[in-house]
Design a protein around this ligand. Structure first.
Ligand code: SUG
Length: 445
């Protein structure tokens, strides 16, 4: 049997915009109200997907969500036709209006936590959509995320789908952005590392004071229980509150792992030595811990360049490649660090740079844009094949973007009722391209 890691990248939605919605996320706040380009954002994402497919990796596509979320506005008391709901909300509650327009589902690292069948008691791949309770605009995602996941992994013999955790900050869950799986081979039982920012039920424990800790320890434990993970193969690590205060709102902004490698910043975690010793003991085979010292790269430089929000992928020959944003290439400090890393003796042999600036301006690098699913060939055959990237799908999706997406979008453009119609038309066609069925509320009601 063969085993793979498949990356499912979020397709950027037609309402991609910069609204400054994410307190604690430096890029989101500093680019608030900039004019966005949904078309180039979607194309930057597609180019990254295609490049990874051409590197010999299996690449999937994850559909975006319907925005503006008219149903959320109706739940909040706005009435009338869709156009009336939009115009009332825009005038009376502009902040809420902007939130329901966000294309934030593009960052599929936050879509769900995934445990491969080799790690779970029932030997199925388990999915739990993230509830994303900390930000209102993101809390609108989990229901549709679950619908899309079920349409992509639609076979209960191989795939188990759980509802998202209770919608409350006590169980704040940001999905795979705070979850890393280590393994020797993708098909062998691995060690799953859950990273949390605070304890919800114990106020005496360390926690950041200014910026929010979005993920709780209790949420991590709940997901591990739901997925039937073994305690002897699970590690819980707390994020250093001091880095959350510097803009590290998810662990994937300060650490990335793949197979037997953990690439992380010296300041990423609390109790680092003890926790990495536990990880090494549970992993059993030798691990590579690549620690980046503050003396070489500051936390501020790591947050600015997203040097850890990179994908660490394994090629067919076993070499690992870092997929980094061009911001890393532009930074003398990070570029130099990567040169030294490549010259040293680790499994990482190459760095490739990608322009994902449209996403970076909202705090989303290459790693935010993908959800990793480790599967075997039988499970892969049971995945909805229309969502797997190839030359035809790449061309089809580029044409689809050209047909439906705007070149530019300002915050004021979001109130245009025509944008809702454009967005629904695009998504309706997309569900046919990706053979998802009716996953959106507008298709179900
Ligand atoms: O949740 N930004 C996202 C970025 C998510 C990045 N994902 C990972 N690190 N895995 C967030 O903060 C900003 C939207 C705006 O401001 O318009 C936003 O939602």
């Amino acid at each position: 049997m063969k085993h793979f890691e498949v990356n499912f990248d979020g397709l950027v939605g037609p309402t991609h915009n910069y609204a400054g919605l994410s307190y604690g996320n430096v890029a989101s706040l500093s680019n608030a109200r900039s004019v966005s380009s949904p078309r180039s954002a979607a194309k930057q994402g597609l180019l990254k997907m295609k490049a990874l497919q051409e590197m010999g990796l299996i690449q999937g596509v994850f559909a975006p969500q319907e925005r503006p979320d008219i149903y959320a506005l109706r739940r909040l008391g706005f009435q009338g036709s869709d156009a009336e709901v939009l115009s009332q909300a825009f005038k009376q509650a502009p902040a809420i209006f902007q939130a329901v327009c966000s294309a934030s589902s593009m960052w599929t690292a936050n879509a769900a936590t995934v445990s491969p069948s080799a790690d779970t008691t029932d030997n199925r791949v388990h999915f739990t959509p993230a509830n994303l309770t900390n930000k209102f605009h993101r809390s609108l995602e989990p229901q549709t995320t679950g619908n899309i996941l079920r349409a992509m992994f639609n076979n209960s013999r191989y795939f188990a789908h759980h509802p998202h955790l209770p919608d409350n900050e006590h169980f704040g869950d940001e999905g795979a952005a705070n979850h890393t799986r280590f393994c020797t081979d993708y098909g062998h039982t691995g060690v799953e590392m859950f990273v949390y920012g605070r304890y919800a039920f114990d106020g005496s424990k360390p926690a950041p004071q200014t910026y929010p800790a979005r993920q709780t320890r209790e949420a991590c434990e709940a997901v591990a229980r739901l997925h039937g993970l073994s305690e002897s193969k699970t590690v819980y690590v707390q994020q250093n509150p001091a880095v959350i205060e510097q803009g590290v709102f998810h662990n994937d902004v300060i650490a990335v792992g793949n197979q037997n490698v953990l690439f992380y910043h010296e300041q990423a975690f609390l109790d680092t030595e003890r926790k990495l010793a536990e990880l090494q003991e549970k992993f059993a085979a030798p691990m590579h811990f690549i620690e980046v010292p503050t003396a070489k790269v500051s936390v501020a430089e790591a947050v600015k360049t997203y040097m850890f929000n990179t994908q660490l992928v394994t090629l067919a020959n076993g070499d690992m490649v870092i997929i980094a944003p061009t911001e890393c290439e532009e930074s003398t400090i990070v570029h130099q660090y990567f040169d030294e890393l490549l010259a040293s003796n680790t499994p990482i042999k190459e760095v490739r740079y990608f322009d994902v600036k449209q996403s970076m301006r909202n705090g989303g690098g290459p790693a935010c844009l993908r959800l990793r699913v480790a599967i075997n060939d039988q499970e892969l055959a049971a995945v909805n094949q229309a969502c797997i990237m190839n030359d035809t799908l790449f061309e089809r999706l580029n044409l689809w973007v050209d047909t439906h997406y705007r070149d530019e979008l300002s915050t004021d453009d979001l109130a245009d009722p025509q944008l809702l119609i454009e967005s629904r038309t695009a998504l309706d066609e997309l569900t046919q391209i990706l053979q998802l069925g009716s996953v959106y509320a507008f298709q179900r009601n």
